[in-house]
Design a protein around this ligand. Sequence first.
Ligand code: AMP
Ligand code: ZN
Ligand code: ZN
Length: 420
Amino acid sequence: MFLRPASCLALVCALLLCACQTHPPAPAGVAPAAPAQVLLISIDGLRASYLGQGDSPTLDRLAAQGVRAAWMNPSYPSLTFPNHYTLVTGLRPDHHGMIHNMMQVEALGHFKVADTDTTGDGRWWSQAQPVWVTAEQAHLPTAIWAWPGSAAEIDGVRPSRYRLYDHDVSAMDRANEVADWLSTGPVAQRPRLAALYLEMVDNAGHSYGPDAPETRAAVRTVDAAIGHLLAVLEQRGLAGQVNVIVVSDHGMAPVPPAQVLALEDMADPADAQWISNGQVIGFEPRPGHRAQAEARLLGRHDHYSCWRKGELPAHWQYGGNTRIPAIVCQLDEGWDALEASAAARRHTGRMRGSHGYAPDLPSMRAIFLARGPAFRQGVTLPAFDNVDVYPLLIQLLGLPPRPSDGTLAPLQPALAAPAR
Ligand code: AMP
Ligand code: ZN
Ligand code: ZN
């Protein structure tokens, strides 16, 4: 576990704050104010540059009225499950163990996003503790709509309420359900943390590319659902007590039809088995074939580079986890690597989109927006890393922080009552 010095400082500050955060008793005859709630919304694949294009009036209003980051940097690899777990743990994927959307580990077998047996298996998630588990352990109820990891029991705990990922439930239906979670039932049982996951923008971005009308339409759909959710909270008198945070996990880059490589051309399958496809390719050398695999793969090639797992560029902070295959290849922006049969089909296809490229590329930039009683109004923050969202969640919920790679420092200027 690595802790930045700033994280240690933030940890001490936050502990002091938690200790002081007991509310004074309400005067006799006055009902105590309901505790603040946190609503965390993720719009998968919402590239930072999608905002302000006329498709996101709700998000643009949130940005203008509340807090926005110029953009938010995803962690490496810029894929969905790794970054969603980073957002709720404050750990780089190398440290929280959700190192890719596709994994293969001797003790656990294969992990695939589309396989509910594995996404719901807590053993894959147990290298870290997500904020909803910490909240539940502190007796704060949580309600999670399909955030990656929420289908699993982690450290023996599940969210008080959760919904499994269901592609067929519209963004609007999800918004209504989350609004009900936050606003109905006995106050003590209402979630102090609710989270909502929305995949529509990512799906359209993959299918049509980031600049396509279909992707813009998906942004409008999701924006309308979030606008509805916020309007319902306002109608029910909750606008002043819900801290709303809207994030995305990564951006999206255009992938022209011809820009696809065959995995079998990268390394002979007799020398190395590919563990993940797409943009971040893990290869495991076959027994006795390490030298051949390394000779073929390591270094710079047309459209990709490969390293031994311990030798990736240091600023990606990736390569230490035992789940990472021995050799990792990073595709250049706009390129994909698939099995030869799938790659052949792609050549005749249309423009598509992908992510998983180097997190420092502008196309991979994510968003961060926030509004509510804990936040100042009209603040634009310089870009920060997505590991810093977790210390904010911990601070808002008054929870004891766990070691993380993040720090509250970049978000401090956005807080209405900055921690001293
Ligand atoms: P990717 O684009 O490969 O990083 O994966 C993200 C996609 O996975 C989303 O666009 C969703 O369609 C899908 N997805 C997200 N969460 C889940 C889940 N819990 N189970 C199955 N599929 C999911
Ligand atoms: Zn994603
Ligand atoms: Zn995606």
